[in-house]
Write a protein that binds this ligand. Sequence first.
Ligand SMILES: NC(=O)c1ccc[n+]([C@@H]2O[C@H](COP(=O)([O-])OP(=O)(O)OC[C@H]3O[C@@H](n4cnc5c(N)ncnc54)[C@H](OP(=O)(O)O)[C@@H]3O)[C@@H](O)[C@H]2O)c1
Length: 439
Amino acid sequence: MADALKLGVAGLGTVGASLMRILTERRESLATTCGRPIEVVAVTARSRGKDRGIALDGITWYDDAATLAREAEIDVFVELMGGAEDPAYSAVKIALGRGLHVVTANKALLAAHGMELAALAEEQGALLNYEAAVAGGIPVIKAIRESMTGNTISRVYGIMNGTCNYILTRMEKEGLTFDACLKEAQRLGYAEADPTFDIEGNDTAHKLAILTSLAFGTAIAPDDIYLEGISNISIEDIQAAADLGYRIKLLGVAQRTESGIEQRVHPTMVPIASVIAQVDGVTNAVAIEADILGELLMVGPGAGGNATASAVLGDIADIAKSRPGAQRVPAFGRPTDALLPYRRAQIQNHEGGYFIRLKVQDRTGVFASIATAMAANGISLESIMQHSKKPVEEGAQTIILVTHATHEESVRKAVGVIRGEGYLMGEPQVIRIERPKDV
Ligand SMILES: NC(=O)c1ccc[n+]([C@@H]2O[C@H](COP(=O)([O-])OP(=O)(O)OC[C@H]3O[C@@H](n4cnc5c(N)ncnc54)[C@H](OP(=O)(O)O)[C@@H]3O)[C@@H](O)[C@H]2O)c1
């Protein structure tokens, strides 16, 4: 049997500790599958004394990740600390600079520095593998980067944050408020103590930035993503959506359009009959639409120690099986100098259906005025109705509109006109509608 593949693991938290356990428990079967043993020879984490429930005997402890990356006798640097900047950033650069392969689950790092790191890996003939960085255990990176080579992808979208999907699912199924569901998610460990990054869509945006680059062959553009979180989704929106045959999901969507590539993360209404609408709780899903393959939808665990470690392990096994000096798969599917510049399509040019919920004074003429504002901006309505299911406050009524495909700019203008009419009794709610191919 060939020499062992030697790993240095930086980060022994949820994912790192799971990985260590699996590597120990499956040592023999992995050695058989990969044709060589896989051995962890060096580790680091923040606090050395912490009980992690894993055996570290015989493994060299380093007090910091950069020193491990610089000095340890390893073949692969496995980065499972997280964070876009140091220590992860410097440590990965040091490792790649030495020609070591790198496996990471860190979407924040890749969104911020992926291009630089990919170029460095290429220069050194090293692999930069990151299957776990998008949608946890779902093997979406390899699917796009390798299995779908030759396809032209037109749209990639998905539910990529379990916290948001859990909250939206609970709101719909139990009729609970956003705040109540967030608290429940925190109690169950599905949401961080500070959940801002998840619920405001930043986490989904990092993953989307990576998928966009892979799907469209463009440089990563994390700052060119239109972002809206779920914190202002109310139970009224969820109920009105259900009455109209839709569910609300936080989607990350990247789409090729005539004016460039749209990258957007926002609450989205999807038809209840679509498969993605059925993806509940902390489960993730990624859909890819391509010209040769058609539509691919992958559903599975997007987080959790074992599911994420499964993806990390797959990346490590690929390295164990690869031959020294062999042609390397470029991190983002094509050599970095062949990646195209990202051309952003402005959200104002987005074309699609819209759900608009207006709380207005309950008086005559309002309905007609809203319909006029829509027509004046060229918006054709699929439906306009008074939503009476929920009792509204004295003197108020809720009007729900669903538009046919129209431009975002027209919707913004029409809502602006309605604002000026003086009968609004609350902030208008506007939610984009996305139509998956399966409905
Ligand atoms: N958890 C998931 O379900 C999941 C899913 C997909 C991707 N990921 C990604 O996987 C990575 C790890 O996530 P996780 O959930 O395992 O995080 P975690 O439980 O917070 O663990 C982080 C680990 O990194 C160590 N660490 C943090 N800062 C450090 C520093 N400055 N120097 C050295 N070590 C440091 C911590 O040390 P101590 O233990 O001593 O504090 C801990 O062992 C992140 O990039 C995350 O985005 C996680």
